[in-house]
Design a protein around this ligand. Structure first.
Ligand code: TYD
Length: 208
């Protein structure tokens, strides 16, 4: 990898983003590349507190706009406090979910519109889009079956949405990949962990 970059991992629940991100970070470290890993919503003390408010399964009355604004608020704090300083220090940032999650889940899943959600995020973080985004594409039925099989995983307020919601999120991600073909790289997350790691690594090697 040649230049410092801000790389995000996106996709539906159960697509394996978090596992693969960890493996890629370890590969980077072995190569002597300075890397930080982080996640959204969360990634800093204040943003993690906002995360707890957003994802609490008891908060069933949360309005869609409130939800979108809270994700953007958490993102703003996380960005200023953690991502921006790491980029400025020349590190590679690997972030589990970022703005595309809001565009797909709130913009399309919650029907707020991609443009409206994009605008509040521009207010939150300026025009700082990721340099590269790996989109883990997976049939939501497969993803939801994976998370249901993983008994240790906490079930959050968005996981319990119906299949239709998750299908619309997947379609939105693919629509975003068409819109930003230079930035968003789609990979088939139904493949084995080894194959997915190989694909992600080769994308990162060739795109930087
Ligand atoms: P998390 O447990 O981190 O899910 P995952 O392991 O699938 O990444 O929960 C994050 C949830 O929040 C997930 O359901 C996606 C959702 N989300 C949004 O709806 N909008 C956003 O902007 C972000 C960052 C996440």
């Amino acid at each position: 990898m040649k230049k410092p970059s801000f790389i995000t991992f996106e996709g539906p629940e159960g697509a394996g983003k978090t596992t693969i991100l960890k493996i890629i970070a370890e590969k980077c470290e072995k190569e002597g590349i300075e890397v930080i890993t982080t996640r959204e919503p969360g990634g800093s003390v204040i943003a993690e507190k906002i995360r707890n408010v957003i994802l609490d399964p008891e908060h069933t009355e949360m309005d869609a706009r409130t939800e979108a604004l809270l994700y953007a608020a958490a993102r703003s704090q996380h960005f200023v406090e953690k991502i921006q300083p790491a980029i400025s220090a020349g590190k590679i940032v690997l972030c589990d979910r970022f703005i595309d999650s809001s565009l797909a889940y709130q913009g399309v899943g919650r029907n707020l519109g991609i443009d409206a959600v994009y605008d509040i995020n521009v207010f939150a973080i300026g025009n700082q889009m990721p340099d590269h985004t790996i989109l883990f594409d997976l049939d939501p039925e497969v993803g939801l079956a994976r998370i249901n099989a993983n008994k240790g995983r906490e079930i959050n307020r968005l996981d319990v949405e119906g299949l239709e919601f998750h299908r619309s999120v997947r379609a939105a991600y693919l629509q975003l990949a068409d819109k930003y073909p230079e930035r968003i790289h789609v990979i088939d997350a139904a493949k084995s962990v080894d194959e997915v790691v190989k694909n992600v690594w080769s994308i990162l090697q060739t795109s930087m």
